[in-house]
Ligand binder design. Structure first.
Ligand code: 5RP
Length: 226
C-alpha cells in the first residue's frame, strides 16, 4: 500500500472506532491535515449518527460543511466525546509532534476538552525518539524575533515559516535540532513559558489516549500505558 492508501485505511479504522463510542447527541472533534481529511470524508456517510462536530481549523470546518456536517464553535459545547487527528511524529508513549499544518494551538485546545484523543497516522510517523520533524511553535507576531532568540538558547534552530499565518492570526517558527529530545514534557513546558509563545507542537504532557498506526501488515493499535 502507498502512503495515501495507508491514510485511508487508518481513517477507516478510526471511523469504526468512533461509531462504537458515539451516541446521537455526541460532538465529534475533528483534526487537521490529509489524514484527518480522509477521516472527514469517511465519517460523512454516518453524519446522522452524531449531533455535530468541532474542528481544529477553518479548513477542516469548511470540508465538514461541504459534506453537510454541522460544525459548532467550541465555546458552544460543554463536552467533546472523541477527538480524531493526525500527527507528524508519534512515539511509544503516544507523545506527538503536531503542527505541520499550522493548526497546533486549536488542536491542543480541542484535545484539552475531548474525553478521548485518538491519533491516526501511517507508519512513516512512528519514531523511536521525537525531534527529527522540526517542532512547530506558534508565536504572537511582534514576539517572533524574541522567541527565536530564546529557542536558540534552548538548543534549537528556529526557522520562520514565511507566508503562513495561523487561523489565530499568528506566526509559526519551525525548530530544528531538538533531536534526540531528552524529556519531551520538560521541553514542551519550557517552550510554552517563553513570553510570546502561544503553544508548541509537542503533545507530551497530554499525549494521545490511543494511536491507530497503519502499517503494511495492517492497523496496529497502541494504547496509553496507565
Ligand atoms: C496539522 C497537524 C497534522 O495532524 C499533521 O501535520 C499530520 O498531517 P498529515 O495527516 O497531512 O500527515 O498537526 O497541524
Amino acid at each position: 500500500m502507498d502512503q495515501n492508501q495507508l491514510k485511508q485505511a487508518v481513517a477507516q479504522a478510526a471511523v469504526d472506532y468512533t461509531l462504537e463510542r458515539i451516541e446521537a447527541d455526541s460532538i465529534v472533534g475533528i483534526g487537521t491535515g490529509s489524514t484527518a481529511n480522509c477521516f472527514i470524508d469517511l465519517i460523512a456517510e454516518h453524519k446522522h449518527k452524531f449531533l455535530a462536530t468541532v474542528a481544529s481549523s477553518e479548513g477542516s470546518a469548511e470540508r465538514l460543511r461541504s459534506h453537510g456536517i454541522q460544525v459548532f464553535e467550541l465555546n458552544a459545547v460543554s463536552e467533546v466525546t472523541i477527538y480524531i487527528d493526525g500527527a507528524d511524529e508519534a512515539n511509544d508513549q503516544l507523545q506527538l509532534i503536531k503542527g505541520g499544518g499550522a493548526a497546533l494551538t486549536r488542536e491542543k485546545i480541542v484535545t484539552a476538552v475531548a474525553n478521548e484523543f485518538v491519533c491516526i497516522a501511517d507508519e512513516s510517523k512512528w519514531v523511536d525518539h521525537l525531534g527529527t520533524f522540526p517542532l512547530p511553535v506558534e508565536v504572537i507576531p511582534m514576539a517572533r524575533s524574541h522567541v527565536a532568540r530564546e529557542l536558540v538558547k534552548l538548543g534549537g534552530d528556529p526557522v520562520w515559516r514565511e507566508n503562513v499565518v495561523t487561523d489565530n492570526g499568528n506566526l509559526i517558527l519551525d525548530v530544528h535540532h531538538f533531536y534526540p529530545m531528552g524529556s519531551a514534557c520538560e521541553l514542551e513546558e519550557k517552550i510554552n513559558q517563553i513570553t510570546g509563545v502561544v503553544t508548541n507542537g509537542l503533545f507530551a504532557v497530554k499525549p494521545a489516549d490511543i494511536l491507530f498506526l497503519a502499517t503494511q501488515q495492517g492497523i496496529v493499535t497502541h494504547k496509553a500505558k496507565s
